[in-house]
Design a protein around this ligand. Structure first.
Ligand code: GCV
Length: 691
């Protein structure tokens, strides 16, 4: 049954298979035996109860023991749980699977056609069951399954930027926070449904509060956005409240984490210092962490934003990031907990791009074993397109994590349809050459303390993500964090089929829209060629980073009468040299620098000729106009779906597309007029009006 208050997203479990295919599903799945022994296995039973009626048009019969039926059955358990499983699979190989890994196998058992979902851990049973349900929800055959799966990375986390007790979500465009911390330990259905969505794509950890746990001194007028008191979650009574939320997530194999304030010993404790080298401070962290683990034994750890955008940190006491991170890590270590320490630092260098590497690379090898340095994909801040951060591959002796943004802070904020998976694939596949050729970004997160992190996007809206199509970004994040080698189109098609049903034309249209959306956004919001961050940073908090305002950020585009772009080569900020050769060499020269990053690394004359003979300024004009045309085309493609999907989602997306086109035109006009004003060079095609 669909929820009144919110969408089922990709867990709709609508029947897409008919005839022989559906008969095969019925034969193997209408009877099921799930070993009942853990929170995870009871979640599996619940999921089968929810899914099977929609997929098969009849209820599932859940047995207390392996049944003998006229047809077959589905068995879910570890090899230890039942003889039927132990006798149907190579037990040793199953036990060797990584945590979260599983095997789906079609087997014949006592003359019956059965299906086995097995794994070395109960968490794997949850993932395996969701995989099987996904196969049926996308109409795939299940008669001949022998699917072995393991996650590529041990940690696949969501970072919520939700502001506890305020109900707001920083950079969230899907409505208020779903977490009602004041009402905990009371639980809402939505928590479980969120956990199901996450587990279905393999996410295994959730940081429930914003990294900005403190007052955030920035020019905003909205009171709610100014006051961050997420640090209060470490107070004893709040920790007790959190146990219920942790238990909801636990059923789905998801561990709870908290963002903490580095000044907590002073804020919450009664100390008059938070110096990480002070013995009382260290004792305070130990006692606080013991308290947390007493209440939540599988607690994941702490996320810390320190000495960044006004948050307190070790610099308050002239200590460095190692001293800061290790002090907290030491307290977590006996419990198996971890500190995720963010490398998002800027402000003291003229070119912010250089700072994270300058700060963290020299510290390689000094962080404790249970510290992970969490690095944003690019050196600036989740721009529509950035080169990858120079820190990837630069800290071989340190556990590192990749931070991606699921929410669309700079890509149209829940109004524009911008799909991030192609961008993430570009990042993951980028060859850093850190260990010679063939050292892609995706190869750096394979240690047990490493992984991939996504800044979350959900809120109270019916759509969860503010835009029904933006659900795809949450889905794709999980799938890419599970398997960075995934085929992007296949993932998108999976999402579209589960979300919009089995009409092939609808699915293909949605896949096309999503896949073409990112480049369109780059074109109209930047003009391409590596420009970025020309967004408005106005009074109204929520307008931040949405409207065009290149005049506010001259440092990012570097435009002058003589040219445009920022010199980050050896004659400029030197950022290019932070890469390893041959990447550094490639970026150093405008002749070899890929055009998509040209103006990120170089300040060039407006009439500089690109490879095809077009000048820089003309290419910028052309890209801005192409971006708008592309959005119009995508809007028209969506319009073709009228009557083929439900009215609610059709209208919602159609209306947003109208707004997206209007905003894309606004971006185009502001940017092209800015380029014209600086350069004094008219558009060859006469589209940019004379001043
Ligand atoms: C959570 C950018 C965003 C901020 C965000 C910050 C961060 O500056 O605009 O909203 O704060 O990044 O990642 O810490």
């Amino acid at each position: 049954m669909p929820h009144e208050q919110y969408d089922d997203c990709w867990l709709r479990y609508e029947r897409v298979a008919d005839g022989a295919r559906r008969e095969a599903y019925r034969r193997r799945c209408r009877h099921a035996y799930v070993a009942e022994k853990s929170p995870e296995s009871s979640a599996v039973r619940d999921e089968l109860r929810r899914a099977v009626p929609g997929l098969l048009d009849e209820d599932v019969h859940l047995w207390q023991h392996p049944p003998t039926t006229a047809d077959g059955f589905l068995a879910v358990g570890t090899p230890d749980d039942m003889a039927m499983i132990a006798e149907s699979v190579p037990v040793g190989e199953v036990e060797d699977l990584a945590d979260g890994g599983y095997l789906l196998r079609s087997v014949e058992w006592e003359g019956q056609d059965c299906l086995v979902v097995t794994a070395p851990t109960d968490r794997g049973l949850v993932y395996g069951t969701f995989h099987l349900l996904r196969l049926m929800a996308t109409g795939e055959p299940i008669d001949d399954l022998d699917v072995w799966e393991e996650p590529a990375y041990d940690n696949r986390l969501i970072n919520h930027w939700d502001c506890p007790f305020r109900g707001t979500v920083e950079r969230g465009y899907g409505g208020e926070s779903i977490f009602d911390f004041d009402r905990l330990p009371d639980l809402r259905d939505r928590y479980e449904d969120y956990a199901r969505l996450l587990a279905s794509v393999g996410v295994n950890g959730v940081v429930v509060n914003n990294v900005n746990t403190d007052y955030y001194p920035r020019e905003t007028t909205t009171e709610a956005a100014q006051t961050f008191d997420g640090w209060r979650l470490l107070e004893s009574r709040r920790l007790e409240d959190l146990t219920s939320l942790a238990s909801v997530f636990r059923r789905y194999g998801i561990r709870l984490y908290l963002s903490v304030n580095f000044a907590a010993p002073e804020r919450i404790g009664d100390l008059d210092t938070f110096d990480p080298l002070d013995e009382d401070v260290r004792a305070w962290w130990r006692q606080k962490v013991d308290e947390v683990y007493d209440l939540i034994p599988d607690f994941g750890g702490f996320l810390v934003k320190a000495d960044s955008e006004g948050q307190p940190g070790p610099y308050n006491y002239d200590r460095d990031h190692v001293e800061g991170a290790n002090a907290i890590a030491q307290a977590l270590e006996p419990h198996g907990g971890r500190v995720w320490w963010r490398a998002f630092v800027y402000g003291s260098h003229e070119d912010r791009a250089v700072q994270a590497y300058d700060t963290f690379e020299p510290l390689d090898g000094e962080f404790a074993d249970n510290v992970t340095v969490q690095i944003k994909n690019g050196p600036i801040d989740f721009q529509p397109r950035e080169p990858v951060s120079t820190l990837f591959g630069a800290m071989p002796e340190t556990d590192v994590g990749l931070e991606l943004q699921i929410t669309g802070e700079y890509t149209g904020q829940g109004v524009h349809a911008t799909y991030h998976l192609p961008m993430w694939k570009e990042v993951l596949d980028f060859d850093t050459h850190a260990d010679g050729e063939g050292s892609p970004v995706k190869s750096f997160f394979r240690g047990s303390g490493e992984g991939v992190v996504g800044v979350g996007s959900v809120g109270e809206d019916h759509s969860w993500t503010g835009h029904y199509l933006a659900q795809s970004n949450l889905y794709a994040f999980g799938r890419a964090a599970w398997d960075p080698d995934c085929d992007a189109e296949a993932v998108t098609r999976e999402w579209a089929t589960q979300t919009f049903g089995a009409d092939d034309d609808v699915v293909e249209t949605v896949v096309e829209i999503l896949h073409d959306s990112w480049e369109a956004c780059i074109d109209y919001e930047t003009g391409g060629l590596g420009l970025m961050h020309m967004m408005h940073n106005g009074e109204e908090y929520l307008e931040n980073h949405y409207y065009p305002s290149p005049e506010e950020w001259p440092g990012y585009h570097g435009a002058s009468e003589g040219g445009i772009g920022v010199d980050r080569t050896s004659t400029g900020s030197g950022y290019a040299a932070q890469y390893r050769d041959p990447v550094a060499e490639r970026y150093e020269s405008p002749e070899t620098c890929p055009e998509k990053f040209l103006l990120f690394f170089h300040h060039l004359p407006w009439d500089y000729e690109l490879a095809d003979g077009t000048t820089v300024v003309q290419r910028l004009y052309d890209n801005c106009f192409d971006g708008v045309e592309e959005v119009e085309r995508l809007r028209d493609r969506w319009t073709e779906l009228e009557g083929r999907i439900d009215e609610r989602r059709f209208r919602h997306v159609a209306e947003r597309f109208e707004e997206q086109v209007a905003q894309a035109e606004r971006w185009r006009d502001v940017l092209t007029e800015t380029f014209r004003d600086y350069s004094g060079i008219p558009d060859e095609r006469g589209r940019v009006p004379e001043p």
